[in-house]
Design a protein around this ligand. Structure first.
Ligand code: ZN
Length: 278
């Protein structure tokens, strides 16, 4: 059974409920044989852990899931580990990764909206929906989602891949960037590609989307065709970019990301010259 998001807490608690608890931005896991697993209610009771910023997320396989934070001054516990969520890609079931991502998104929001942005008063959790409300001026803050585009630019059976200053591990990926107020996602694609590598694109079409909760992005994937210009990298974000054929790809991002899904789509559809599949 897939994850089912819910807002209203379950009527009965279970000792098997899953707790996605973050300590200093990292996910707390417990040693389980060779690997690590997500904490259960009974682990919290045993270790006397009292998390804050608790959010009920919904149910995974019928089990209630919670997000919470452990105060920074909490010391480490025997048998527990804290790991950067992105380092758990491939080591935790993908479904758990995405629930942990939701948890990360919501606790980050909860921690950064403890006070009203308009009048400075302490906020409260709204009782009837996932939001924080200021009891003084009634301003309501919903969890923020920041849309960003990610785009595979195609030219003559080649894909444009760049190396970003922030990438760790020296891999190459498709271009991405945040939408700005007032622009459509398609305008964002055209602007980002032009700003980052100096070329223009056409035939911008939707590919798919993926939450990227680090801490609050929604990646919206597109495919676009090269229209004109020569690659001229901006050097502020992108340090190197080039056209690659399916047979000659550099090191690319991990399977779980939409970046990789775009590159895999390109490989499936452009492995042979003059392929007409799309
Ligand atoms: Zn206020």
């Amino acid at each position: 059974m897939p994850f089912k998001p819910e807002f209203t807490h379950p009527a009965t608690e279970s000792a098997r409920s899953l707790w996605f608890i973050f300590h200093k931005g990292k996910l707390l896991t417990k040693a389980d044989g060779e690997g690590q697993r997500i904490l259960r209610s009974r682990d919290l009771a045993k270790a006397d852990i009292s998390p804050i910023h608790k959010q009920y997320l919904g149910k995974l396989d019928g089990l209630p899931c919670y997000a919470a934070v452990l105060a920074d001054n909490h010391v480490a516990f025997d048998g527990f580990e804290s790991k950067d969520l992105r380092r758990l890609f491939g080591r935790l079931e993908e479904e758990l990764i995405w629930v942990a991502g939701r948890a990360n998104h919501l606790v980050d929001w909860s921690q950064s909206h403890q006070f009203c942005g308009r009048c400075g008063h302490a906020t409260e959790d709204k009782q009837d929906e996932r939001a924080k409300i200021c009891p003084e001026c009634r301003l309501v803050n919903y969890p923020r989602v920041s849309p960003a585009i990610i785009v595979a630019v195609i030219k003559d059976h080649q894909i444009l891949l760049g190396s970003n200053r922030r990438f760790k591990g020296g891999f190459y990926s498709v271009l991405a960037g945040f939408a700005e107020p007032g622009e459509s996602l398609e305008e964002c694609v055209a602007r980002e590609v032009n700003e980052e590598v100096g070329i223009t694109v056409k035939n911008i079409r939707y590919f798919g989307s993926q939450p990227w909760p680090f801490p609050n992005s929604l990646m919206v994937g597109f495919i676009a065709d090269y229209a004109g210009g020569r690659i001229d990298v901006d050097q502020s974000e992108i340090v190197e970019a080039a056209w690659y054929s399916a047979q000659d790809l550099p090191k690319i991002p991990p399977k779980i990301s939409i970046a990789r899904q775009l590159i895999d789509w390109f490989v499936d559809n452009h492995s042979m010259p003059h392929s007409q599949k799309i």
